[in-house]
Structures are given as C-alpha cells and as structure tokens.
Design a protein around this ligand. Structure first.
Ligand SMILES: Cc1cc2nc3c(=O)[nH]c(=O)nc-3n(C[C@H](O)[C@H](O)[C@H](O)COP(=O)(O)O)c2cc1C
Length: 241
C-alpha cells in the first residue's frame, strides 16, 4: 500500500483479480480519484489514434435521476432500445456459457427457478447499476460508425480497450467495476438527462464504486474456457520452448 492509499499490483495480478462487481458500498468515489484514473486510461490504443471515446461520468442526483427513470420504464414494461442492439441469438457455445453464468448468480443469491418476483428484482438491480455510486458512460460519434460503405465497428472496438483500462486501473484505487450493457438500455433517458446530443451513440456504462465484499454476489468467480480449446499455435515446439 502506498501513502496515497492505493494498492499497487503488477499487471498480471490486476488482470487476474479484476472481476465484475454486483454489489457496491454507498461511499462516493472522489472526483480526484476518477480524474487520475481516467487520465491514465486515456493511454489506451485506438485506430490511427482517433480516440473515438467520450465519457459522461455521473454521480449524485443525476445518477439517482437516471436510476429512477430506468426503474420507472422497466416497471411500466417499456422495452429497452439500446443503440448497440443486444444479441438476438446465442449460437453454441455462447448460449451455454451465458446460461451457466446466470445459473451461478441465481444459485449464489439463493433465487429459485420459479421465483419470478426475485428474478425480476434482480433484473432491476442491473438496471440500477447494482447501486454503484458512480457510472462512466462511454459514447462515440454516430457518424464515425455509420458510413456510406457500411458499419465501421472499430470505434466500438476501441471503446472496449479503454473500458478495460478503466476497469484494471480501478483496482489500484480499491475500486470495483462492472461493464454494463444494461446501463445503456434506455439511451433516450441518458441523452435527455445528461444532455448528450443525438449525434452520439451510447456504447456502455461502467458502474464503479467500492465493492461490498460482504455481499455474497461478489463471491462469484466466472469460468473461462481452457486456453487449449481456443488457441492454435504455429511455429512453436511446446516440448522444447
Ligand atoms: C460489453 C459487456 C456488457 C456487459 N453487460 C452486463 C450487464 O448488463 N449486466 C451484468 O450483470 N453483467 C454485464 N457484463 C459483465 C459480464 O457478465 C462479465 O464480464 C462476465 O460474466 C465475466 O465475468 P467477470 O467480469 O467477473 O470476469 C458485461 C460485460 C461486457 C464485456
């Protein structure tokens, strides 16, 4: 631990320790901490250094307003219309992985298969950013994506890179994060409350705050497919290298 109270980890530790946090303490994240973290995160690479990302970093009343609008919409049965559509289908093995994750979360929370009310309540928690005290919304210029010759997906790819920077750097400050597509479920709410022009496309929200380690949901350790199932090696000799 340093004098600043930051935890210094090496990169491997950061990558291995990062995980999605789904319960936060209510403590606010200081502005200076977020500024410092974001300044470092900006070192992420991007296509031709275009740095397509922009951020709305939201806390306090504004975030409460967003949470309330999201819950109101969900309870009124308003369908989400995220600007990056959620997948309609999950071919295998992706569907199995997704279901496995869901099962593990419900098991940990002790929510049964038939318990519709509790499942709905948990779904709302996602929309409420798991009560995180802050959310970093990442958005991009719509015209950079939708081009005459089709979709340019690279700005979205670049947002993924900076998102991971943010989430790894957060560990150094004792902060936890979760990247949330759910945070962008109702983009019209975000455009209105945060005064983000319609020329921008909202990609993702990263909920950020101090993890509530006493909450059982944060015990979740997600699985990974084994490296050998995913990788082909060329030009190596595993027996001698
Ligand atoms: C683009 C993206 C969107 C995500 N959206 C959500 C979400 O809306 N709700 C949620 O609970 N988790 C969300 N996650 C978190 C994933 O479920 C999580 O990263 C995955 O299960 C692996 O677990 P880990 O982050 O703990 O390693 C999202 C992750 C990514 C990369």
């Amino acid at each position: 631990m340093t004098l600043k109270g930051c935890f210094i980890m090496n990169v491997t530790e950061c990558v291995r320790q990062r995980k999605s946090i789904r319960a936060f303490k209510s403590d606010l994240v200081p502005y200076r901490t977020l500024r410092e973290l974001m300044e470092s995160a900006l070192r992420a690479p991007s296509w031709a250094n275009t740095q397509p990302w922009q951020f709305a970093i939201v806390s306090g009343c504004k975030l409460e307003e967003i949470r309330q609008e999201y819950v109101k919409n969900a309870e009124a049965g308003v369908r989400g219309n995220p600007e990056l559509a959620f997948p309609q289908e999950y071919p295998e093995p992706f569907d199995s992985r997704r279901r496995f994750l869901g099962r593990k979360i419900y098991e940990l929370k002790g929510i049964g298969r038939q318990d519709v009310a509790e499942r709905k309540k948990w779904g709302l928690q996602g929309l409420k950013l798991f009560e995180a005290p802050c959310c970093i919304y990442i958005y991009i210029e719509r015209s950079f994506c939708f081009q005459a010759n089709g979709l340019n997906l690279w700005p979205i790819f670049d947002c993924g890179l900076i998102a991971e920077n943010i989430m790894l750097l957060a560990l150094e400050y004792g902060l936890g994060t979760i990247p949330e597509a759910a945070a962008a479920t109702y983009p019209d709410v975000l455009h209105r409350i945060l005064e983000i022009p319609d020329t921008k496309l909202i990609v993702l929200g990263i909920a950020i705050g101090y993890p509530d380690w006493d909450n059982i949901v944060n015990k979740l350790q997600s699985e990974r497919a084994p490296l050998d199932n995913l990788t082909r090696w060329y030009g190596f000799n595993p027996d001698s290298d």
